[in-house]
Write a protein that binds this ligand. Sequence first.
Ligand code: NOJ
Length: 616
Amino acid sequence: MILRVNRLLVFALFLALSAILNPAQAQPAAPAANADLAEHDAGQLINGYKPAWWKEAVVYQIYPRSFQDSNGDGIGDLNGITTHLDYLQKLGVNVIWLSPHYDSPNADNGYDIRDYRKVMTEFGTMDDFDRMLAGIKARRMRLIIDLVVNHTSDEHHWFAESRSSKDNPYRDYYIWRDGRPNPDNPSHPLPPNNYPSFFSGPAWQYDPATKQFYLHLFAVKQPDLNWDNPKVRQDVFSLMRFWLDKGVDGFRMDVIPLISKQPGLPDLTADQLANPSRLWANGPHRDEYLQQMNREVLSKYDVMTVGEAIGIELTEETNIVNSERHELNMVFNFDAVRLNRGAGYTERKWTLPDLKAIYDNHARVLGKMDWDTVFLSNHDNPRLVSNYGDTSTPEFRVRSAKLIETMLLTLRGTPFLYQGDELGMTNYPFTRLDQFNDIEVKNAYQERVLGGKMTEAQFIAESQRFGRDNSRTPMQWTSAPNAGFTTADAKPWLAVNPNYTSINVAAELTDPESVYHYTRRAIALRHAHLAFVYGDYKDLDPTHPHVFAYSRTLTEPGKPTLRFLVVLNFSKEAIDYTLPEGIKAGKLLLANVASTAEADESTLHLAAWEARVYSY
Ligand code: NOJ
């Protein structure tokens, strides 16, 4: 008996001590993210879908450079992220996608990796990473990291070796070719083919050391790896295992369809030149290499994988995401996020029925063995509310941001939110070139403005509208100088949006009607109902020019059918909307306007940018 009491005492002491030494783990356990989902039997299909945690997740993307600086150098870092894990847990997201955190010379803000097994010095150390990961796990959240393996940095040691001589063992890790003769200047050969780079100029760089060109579909400092070399694949698989063995829960795979190059690298035809990614994404070995990756690495872990589907049409997506093909879980398709974009940074006219048709097509094309993503923002696109909402008045900004969050969190597919979306952060009022940091903008300026294709004013206007730095400005935490992102006297790496004095976390936390609290409620709603994850999707009124009305319905044997109705007024006009025949609004679960009850459940009196979710 005494022995037992002593054991209990020792155990209690151990618990108390570990709570003091390891405060992150002493957090009270978070409620299961999906209260009713946690109870379902993992082996049983739900509405024909095999349940999985990554299908039920709400993902939050962190761009570490811009999230929180903890050491006053003006650059966000991992310890900064760790200080905000409670914030993220309270928001209700359960997976974090971290943009690249690896050692990098930052030609493209970390998408040019110098060492895959080292943390970028500005972001901290491996110990900081481990602490952040432990804090995420302690809060019952998960972490996926960016896997950037179509290319490396030119400062990666593989490339340093590769470029040193033609017979170096690493030569074949990259794609080297002789140039074509230049009749006008024989000592300056022409690039091997006519491939353009995504970041302007040709996709080939001449290297005087060995007098050959190397391929770089992105920046000169981002040479493409040669995936046809089995050693490259094994080295990539090994670095993936390194991070998975540490406990990360999966990968977002950067431009992954580009890994298989066209045999012989012939010139692009004029048609192909209009959209080269279509061809580049459909190389002959893409699926074979992804299947090998799945077989040798991914299948050994319980992971989430999402590929950036550059160049992939919706109808081709199932080749990658069909679970019987054992490649990736899901991809990001650009059809919705780029609906309003023409070539480059030009504006394309769109209508609400166009957007609805995209989601409708997804529901038709992707079947029960496939899975989808829903997103309208990330670090490569403008701010959500500036892009698809209405920033013409403060009231409409708030309301339209909430409306878009409602849509993202009730559509079919795993939703991905980007940092600051939950506040309704907006584009930056850029007026000068020197306010931009992004290599895409800087290179395009050389080609377009200095090349005489457009005026500087036009270029700034387009970059202000669509430039990637809009979403990369620092996270707005408080109304203190530098928005609490860094210390008051530091110079943030990219200027803080001047509207931080009114749009910031501290202000939104204290306002129950803020975009933050609304987003939190919308996330909780998704987590609370299986139908938002596995339910069927039906567009109830595909042609209505301003109202987007759809249902999510879940039917399970022996259980009552669960039906939800989402009604979104995508306009700045009030609309009396009569629901399609046979549908009546039921119980109001969420609304972004303090609505009065409707006398007649068939006609809804929607205010400008009003969003409502009903169960019916
Ligand atoms: C896609 C990434 O999202 C983008 O930020 C990057 O510039 C390119 N891939 C190249 O890695």
